[in-house]
Design a protein around this ligand. Structure first.
Ligand SMILES: *Cc1c(COP(=O)(O)O)cnc(C)c1O
Length: 457
């Protein structure tokens, strides 16, 4: 491994990150970003995001043959915020998009088309046409989608690198909903189904413009060894296609994302470097320079760099249990609230001045503001007692949390701020206003149902 990646790997403990977070919470309270009238914010650690992007680049640079083209395309669904995409672009990271909205976010961030990949299971003809005319890479999910691409390719030429998504069916991980390589997953062409592998090979032999092959074995909960097996199966298929074609038709493998995130402590484990080394051991041919590489990491790039901080509006006791009623609940942490067993979050306690709270551990619930009993960020958690006016911080929420607002109870989307060195903030997304909630909830159509003329719009 090169000196560069060793330097990037030097601290996986997260101590620096925790110190930066403490500083940011305190500065947010001091500067009034957080307070009685602004009881919840999302914070993003810009230094940490840059570090993760650098580690990702270094990890793969250390294992591929010199000169191998590598595109790291951030899975936009993990943190769909334009300034975040722009920051990643500046760090040399592209975008993996899976809807017209995500593509629009990537374009708004100035993401170059050659750094953008479109993979969704339900692309409309219009989306495919747009992607092909822009020159964005597309991975076809299934035979019907390939038919649509065929029709488009008959009537135009396109710069888009095109491939097929396969499901290597290597099995699932600990979270069923995020396991994409099970026998019956909805994604891609299921390779072990009868006749499927032969169909894929023939599809390539019939279409010289199919040059990529894509698989994404799953997200959070998939062990590294299983991810590597999914990649190995995909590589073996590319080798078979190229052998049968008698040329290097498949020139790029898109290995998806899915590196799991440690939500149990500050440490960054597993690391990109560990995964890259495992691939080098298990699938050496993938990295020997014959194939370009695309990756699509999402959660592992952003999760550890985001924090939701919410004010404790009331502290009460119920049935002998201490309950802190905060402003962070299902609207910013839908997965944790609905599936707490799969998605536990660490909660840090800060006092009313934004300083880490000291004191003996007390078993307590950390509740959200929504009107249903299950709206809990944490249940029966031992930590310093949260009191009225304190702050509860939900850690590791930079991906799939506060950027994934759930509009329950018409709670507003919180503001999101990036923080850099010296307690300075930049607005990433303004907090939604209640006026905007009204407007998005048919405010301009107030009489639509009472004075309906039942016109076709
Ligand atoms: C969700 C997704 C990713 C990103 O997964 P992470 O677990 O966030 O790394 C990458 N590729 C595809 C096709 C996806 O659906």
């Amino acid at each position: 491994m090169g000196a560069h990646s060793e330097a990037a790997e030097a601290d996986d403990s997260g101590a620096g990150r925790a110190a930066r977070r403490d500083e940011a919470v305190r500065a947010a309270v001091e500067q009034g970003l957080l307070g009685p009238d602004s009881p919840i914010v999302g914070l993003l650690d810009v230094t940490g995001i840059r570090e993760s992007a650098a580690r990702l680049r270094a990890a793969f640079a250390a294992v591929v043959a010199p000169g191998t083209p590598v595109l790291h395309a951030f899975a936009v669904k993990a943190t769909p915020l334009v300034p975040v995409l722009r920051l990643l672009r500046e760090e040399g990271v592209g975008a993996e998009v899976a809807s017209p909205g995500e593509l629009a976010l990537a374009r708004a961030a100035g993401m170059p088309v050659e750094m953008t990949v479109l993979d969704s299971p339900a692309k409309t003809p219009a989306e495919l046409r747009e992607a092909l005319s822009l020159g964005i890479a597309v991975n076809a999910d299934n035979p019907q989608e390939l038919d649509r691409i065929d029709a488009l390719m008959r009537s135009r030429t396109s710069r888009s690198p095109l491939g097929i998504r396969v499901n290597p069916q290597v099995g699932g991980g600990s979270i069923e909903a995020l396991s994409t390589a099970t026998a019956t997953s909805k994604f891609g062409v299921a390779l072990r189904d009868e006749g499927a592998r032969e169909w894929v090979v023939q599809a390539y032999l019939d279409r010289p413009w199919l040059t990529r092959l894509h698989a994404h074995t799953g997200s959070q909960g998939i062990p590294l060894a299983l991810m590597a097996r999914g990649v190995a199966e995909t590589y073996a298929l590319a080798e078979e296609i190229n052998r049968r074609a008698g040329r290097r038709q498949v020139d790029t493998l898109d290995i998806g994302g899915g590196l799991p995130v440690n939500f149990a402590s500050e440490a960054t484990v597993p690391t990109y470097a560990q995964y890259a080394r495992l691939l080098a051991e298990e699938v050496p041919g993938l990295l020997d320079g014959r194939y370009g590489l695309v990756t699509e990491f999402g959660r592992s790039l952003l999760a550890k760099h985001g924090t939701v901080v919410a004010r404790v509006e009331y502290a009460k006791a119920s049935g002998g249990r201490a309950v802190a009623v905060t402003h962070a609940g299902v609207q910013v942490a839908a997965r944790t609230v609905y599936a707490p067993g799969s998605w536990p979050l660490r909660i840090a306690a800060y006092d009313a001045k934004g300083r880490p709270k000291e004191g003996p551990d007390v078993v307590q619930d950390v509740a959200g503001p929504a009107c249903f009993a299950g709206d809990l960020l944490a249940e029966g958690r031992s930590m310093p007692l949260l009191e009225q006016g304190d702050y509860a911080a939900a850690l590791d929420t930079g991906a799939y949390y506060f950027a994934h607002h759930y509009g329950y109870n018409s709670l507003v989307r919180p503001g999101v701020y990036g923080f850099g060195p010296g307690g300075r903030f930049a607005v990433v997304r303004r907090a939604q206003t209640v006026e905007e909630v009204v407007a998005e909830s048919g405010g301009a159509q107030v009489d639509a149902l009472t004075r309906a003329r039942w016109e076709v719009p």
